[in-house]
Design a protein around this ligand. Structure first.
Ligand SMILES: [Fe+2]
Ligand SMILES: [Fe+2]
Length: 471
């Protein structure tokens, strides 16, 4: 059932060979994708053998094969988690009815927009990260970057498959557009702001994979609940791959903290200037990077009050992450209390507050890493604590958009906000300092001076394994 056919041009477990029209359309898109990878994917390293995992089944046990692969030869394919027999819609007004194997006409344009928006983030992140290979802090990290890149490429395939298979000509046009928009492009940018932010250093990469890939996890989890069964199955399998991306973020930041604490011990103090002079990243600078990427990622959940999210839920298109954890799956009679910038509390129908519900549970998930990092700092005997910014800080969407708020969530004077912003998010000189640390280290097992080695290697291999063979 879940076996993947590798003999075909496009590996898949959805029998695209059984639908000649679909197969032809996807085989027509494939060279466009490969051309995009050549032009917009990782700069250089095309002939490097990279120790990559490739999906070979959708079973929870042993779904991946590991081996040396040149990235342009990666077997990008279409893999859907196995169908759940007799699956019923788990929320919304149609709860209990059979799930949809085709797109209902009345939801067609909304579903297409949701899939395109998700699909757009996947190649966008590859574009954002394309230059990072040149400044990797170790060969282990270089391999992880490329693993994430090829999997984001596969996530694009996952969404393009749905567009081709279920949305006809409109879907095929959208699939082309997904390769035509580019991160940061002045004329044709990616759809969401966070995916147009430049990424020129590895601290940003670790923050991005911690915060922004975690937004991805929440989006995928809410689509995994969808009444549109092919979308649900696609996203369930994508989540398996996504976990590694967040692992790279969480362990990356842990290793930065570990190295900084070592340096603080060496110098016998916590003076940021002295930490920097020793070539490590002071905790204050790390805090600014956390503030930037967390607040940017919070906007991805959309406005606090949203009729779109209400409609997507009520219709069954998009649920809440882990929908079964809730008691009420219809939400026609519950309300959510929201505090607005003028201090007034407003009772909002719960259906219209789902973006905010999701944002709150996302922030709880983000706390887990912070607790771990703070324990490390505490054990080293320092009083400094890393924190998450308030969900009101630096927002561009919703009632808090443009409202001057400090990272603790207090309303402040606009002039003070503008003056102090460079204390809260990376300033030009912070970025220049972090950039100065970005020197490529590629001797197997060696690490750049600003980051500690990982606790273990990939797939039980030693840390000093040659994960990327450069020719
Ligand atoms: Fe992804
Ligand atoms: Fe990801």
């Amino acid at each position: 059932m879940s076996a993947i056919n590798y003999a075909e041009k496009i590996p898949n477990n959805v029998d695209i060979g059984g639908d000649r029209t679909l197969q032809r359309a996807l085989e027509h898109w494939q060279p466009h994708f490969l051309q995009w990878w050549q032009e917009m994917g990782p700069s250089d390293f095309k002939s490097a053998d990279v120790y990559l995992r490739t999906a070979i089944s959708v079973d929870a046990q042993g779904w991946a094969h590991y081996g040396a692969t040149k990235m342009p030869d990666y077997r990008w394919g279409i893999f859907l988690a196995d169908a759940v027999p007799e699956r019923k819609i788990g929320f919304g007004d149609a709860m209990g009815q059979p799930v949809w194997q085709q797109v209902p006409g009345e939801y067609r344009s909304t579903l297409r927009r949701l899939i395109v928006t998700q699909g757009d983030t996947e190649p966008a992140s590859v574009e954002q990260q394309r230059l990072l290979g040149h400044t990797c802090p170790s060969m282990y990290d270089l391999r992880n970057l490329f693993q994430i890149n090829v999997e984001e490429g596969r996530h694009l395939w996952a969404m393009v498959y749905l567009l081709h298979a279920y949305f006809g000509r409109d879907g095929r046009e959208e699939a082309e557009e997904l390769l035509a928009r580019h991160s940061g492009d002045a004329d044709k940018p990616r759809i969401l702001t966070t995916f147009n932010e430049p990424m020129s250093d590895w601290l940003s990469l670790f923050c991005f994979t911690y915060f922004t890939d975690r937004d991805g996890k929440y989006q995928l989890k809410s689509f995994a609940e969808s009444a549109f069964d092919p979308l649900s199955r696609t996203c369930r399998f994508m989540l398996t791959e996504e976990a590694h991306h967040m692992f790279v973020g969480e362990t990356g930041i842990s290793r930065v903290v570990k190295r900084t604490l070592e340096v603080m011990k060496e110098i016998g103090g916590d003076d940021p200037a002295r930490v920097r002079a020793k070539g490590a990243i002071d905790l204050q600078t790390l805090q600014k990077y956390l503030n930037f990427w967390c607040s940017s990622s919070l906007d991805l959940f959309g406005s606090e009050i949203s009729s779109n999210s209400a409609a997507a839920f009520a219709s069954g298109m998009k649920g809440r992450p882990d929908e079964t954890q809730y008691q009420d799956h219809v939400l026609r009679s519950s309300v959510f209390e929201m505090t607005l910038p003028d201090g007034k509390k407003e009772q909002v129908p719960m259906l219209n507050a789902l973006n905010e519900v999701m944002r709150e549970s996302y922030l709880k998930d983000c706390e887990i890493g912070l607790k771990r990092w703070n324990r490390m700092i505490e054990r080293a005997g320092h009083a400094f604590r890393l924190t998450l910014p308030s969900s009101r800080f630096r927002r561009s969407i919703g009632p808090w958009a443009g409202v001057p708020v400090d990272p603790q969530g207090n309303l402040i004077e606009k002039s003070i906000y503008e003056k102090r912003l460079s204390e809260w998010i990376p300033s030009a000189s912070d970025k220049a300092f972090v950039q100065s640390l970005m020197q490529r280290v590629i001797e197997p097992g060696k690490m750049a001076g600003w980051i500690a080695p990982p606790e273990r290697g990939i797939n039980n291999l030693p840390v000093e394994y040659e994960y990327v063979h450069l020719h």
